[in-house]
Design a protein around this ligand. Sequence first.
Ligand code: FCB
Length: 412
Amino acid sequence: MGTFPKGFLWGAATSSYQVEGNNNNCDWWEWEKKTNHEQSGAACRHYELYEQDFDLAKELGHNAHRFSIGWSRVEPQEGVFSESEIEHYRRVIRALKERGLEPVVTLHHFTNPLWLVKLGGWEKNKVQDYFLRYVKKIVDALSQDVRFWITINEPLIYVSHCYIMGVWPPQEKSTWKAKQVENNLLKSHIKAYNLIHGIYRNKNIPSVFVSFAKNMQAFVPYNNSWLNKLAVYLRNKFFNFEFVEQAINKSSLDFIGINYYSRSLVNAKNPGFHDLFLRTANDENIKKNSLGWDIYPQGLYDLLVKLKKFKLPVMISENGICTSDDNLRWEYIREHLKSLAQAMSEGVEVWGYLYWSLLDNFEWDKGFGPRFGLIEVDYQNYKRNVRGSARKLAEVCRTGVVIEPPINNGTN
Ligand code: FCB
């Protein structure tokens, strides 16, 4: 059994591009058209249907919701802001608050305005100024109603997918550029952190909490070879913790936002870069999501315990599964919540749990196939259908208790 404290934040997360629809002024939209990928099109039509989606979130016992601002919507041209789009997000926040949902607002979730890309995107240091100007505008406009800001979603996933593996726009494979981009993401976060706190201070708004959403993976050695132990150490250091440490060294994290999904079975055979950092083995005996990611709830506990040394509260800013088997979805959620409760009972301070995602949505280069939602979306007519797993999670949100499943001894 796992129990959670009163005031714990329960909810789900989305991102602008993946749910809103018709975000046609950004790099992903162009990229889908240019390459042979499924197109996001109207996505979930959440841009129009957000009120009904938030009604469902409320009905499901949520008291928080994470979403992102579409930078390309609110700043369609360099330095030109759209007051009507900013007003849209004001309405979104109002709709959340009216339903008792605490907004957790992400400022950058993978997509970029086209004008920014033309100016060199995240490769050029100038991006720090562009990002800051955008952050200032948005935070000034929305500060009255927002306490939780996530500056950047999964900085190292952005770097690795866009600049190392080259599978997301701009499809580069350059370690040099990757380093530049990582550095710009970190500096932009640190500057945005200071800027946001400055705005709240000037306005005398007492509480604001700023973080990024850091993807973390459980790295488990395939066997006990010294090479695998070294590879696990290096991957933990450079993928999981270094970015966090650098931000903490600059006093620019109020809590640690973690996106946790899966484990990597580390299988290094040679002491070269590829094996130490990328080579994995496949374990056919472990349950997987529909994209083939290992389901490994223990990893969440292990990571949380390791994070204790930073002495900062944690928020699970994403955790979820894509599957066509809703029983497996519930099992995934339940087991991860048990890991979370276990870590909390051992002294890790956790503020909230946000499931990815509220709705089925557009999963980047994988398109609409993977179904991550607590709520199913029928893409023919955009009807929503609440899944059983969502109702079971709702019980936990309401009671703060995760009950063990009854033992099936074969007699029933
Ligand atoms: C995370 C992303 C999110 C979604 C989930 C499945 O890496 O932050 O947008 O794609 O994975």
